[in-house]
Design a protein around this ligand. Structure first.
Ligand SMILES: [Ca+2]
Length: 51
């Protein structure tokens, strides 16, 4: 996971980009079958913890 993933997820949430099914699965960090702001927050947290 990188900062680029945050950008991609943001673009998806803003409906600027579409995700494939696989991308959606990967983006759904809390596995609630929805990709939303919660997943964005989790992704940010995960990347912050990597450093
Ligand atoms: Ca989710």
């Amino acid at each position: 996971m990188t900062v680029a993933d945050i950008v991609l997820l943001k673009r998806y949430l803003l409906h600027l980009d579409d995700f494939s099914k696989i991308q959606t699965l990967h983006a759904d960090l809390n596995e609630d079958k929805k990709v939303n702001g919660i997943d964005l927050a989790l992704l940010r947290q995960a990347i912050a913890n990597q450093n």
